[in-house]
Design a binder for this molecule. Structure first.
Ligand code: OAD
Length: 268
């Protein structure tokens, strides 16, 4: 097909990206909220974004937690109105974009995925090499030793709050990183090491303005690792990307997989 596909970048741009990916054995991805848009989860910023509509949450969330972790946990037990964001998260399923990234991992192209999303959808799709740099809403973490457990494997008793770590007695909190909370250093190290080894870097559905996550594509650029971006809007990275594919990742990524399959079938 030679004509531009509706809502998608032109075919020659898609083909270039498919060629680059098919030659890569070490692509590192930084994913953001836009990745889950086709799963029905709103982004934070930009058109229709949660914070564009409701305003940003308080920037001292972690300080509030540290001041009184017992109260924070007690509030978790109180009956609450489920907001539309929580409902969207609860009802979400991985979309075609998530599945395409799993295929790229299985093909030996993606070596590591750094996701800022806490929605668990990359895991549910089957992605194996993954760093959830902002945590996972279904996990619990110790703020002292950074050990993590699935929420459902931990019994939290209302009479003994805050819950503490069985390994080091540190306080447990939701794994989701709060505003003002440092990212666990072991996660940053994994992302750093993966980026250093990358031969291609792909950013998908992120405004690329939240640090330290946004430092990894910049680190890649500083090492002359080619950067590809998938995002319907312009971001601070767009001008530095070798190719910036404008459109929804849930549609673009499956198209790229189809083109890679064609490239592979030509080689056999
Ligand atoms: P943002 O909400 O800042 O940005 C979402 C990006 O997705 C925007 O650049 C959109 O243009 C793009 N987008 C929208 N629809 C899309 C689609 N269908 N396909 C692909 N891209 C699309 O989200 P993040 O960059 O992930 O942190 O935000 C980073 C962090 O900001 C979040 O992890 C959150 C927040 O602080 C924490 O909660 C700790």
């Amino acid at each position: 097909m030679k004509t531009k596909q509706s809502g998608l970048p032109n075919l020659s741009e898609l083909k270039k990206v498919a060629e680059l990916l098919s030659r890569s054995q070490n692509t590192v991805v930084l994913a953001g909220a836009g990745m889950s848009k086709e799963s029905g989860i709103p982004t934070f910023r930009g058109e229709g974004g949660l914070w564009t509509i409701n305003g940003e949450p308080p920037l001292n969330q972690y300080e509030i937690f540290l001041d009184n972790p017992k109260q924070w946990w007690a509030e978790k037990f109180a009956p609450a109105d489920t907001d539309s964001f929580a409902t969207a998260l609860d009802q979400s399923k991985p979309n075609q974009g998530h599945h395409a990234l799993v295929q790229l991992e299985q093909l030996g192209i993606i070596s590591h995925l750094i996701t800022q999303n806490v929605d668990d959808l990359h895991r549910q799709a089957g992605q194996l090499s993954i760093t959830e740099i902002h945590g996972n809403r279904y996990w619990i973490r110790c703020i002292t030793c950074n050990s993590r457990w699935p929420k459902k494997s931990i019994m939290i008793q209302q009479e003994f709050l805050p819950p503490t770590c069985e390994l080091c007695s540190g306080i447990l909190k939701s794994d989701t990183v709060m505003f003002g909370e440092p990212i666990p250093p072991n996660l940053l190290e994994t992302c750093h090491n993966a980026t250093q080894k990358a031969d291609l870097f792909l950013t998908i559905g992120t405004s690329a303005i939240v640090y330290p996550a946004a430092q990894f594509p910049i680190m890649a650029l500083e090492k002359d690792i080619p950067l590809i971006e998938i995002n319907p809007e312009i971001t601070p990275l767009s001008e530095f990307a070798l190719i910036s594919l404008k459109g929804p990742s849930g549609q673009i990524l499956p198209e790229i997989i189809k083109l890679i399959s064609k490239i592979h079938s030509r080689k056999v």
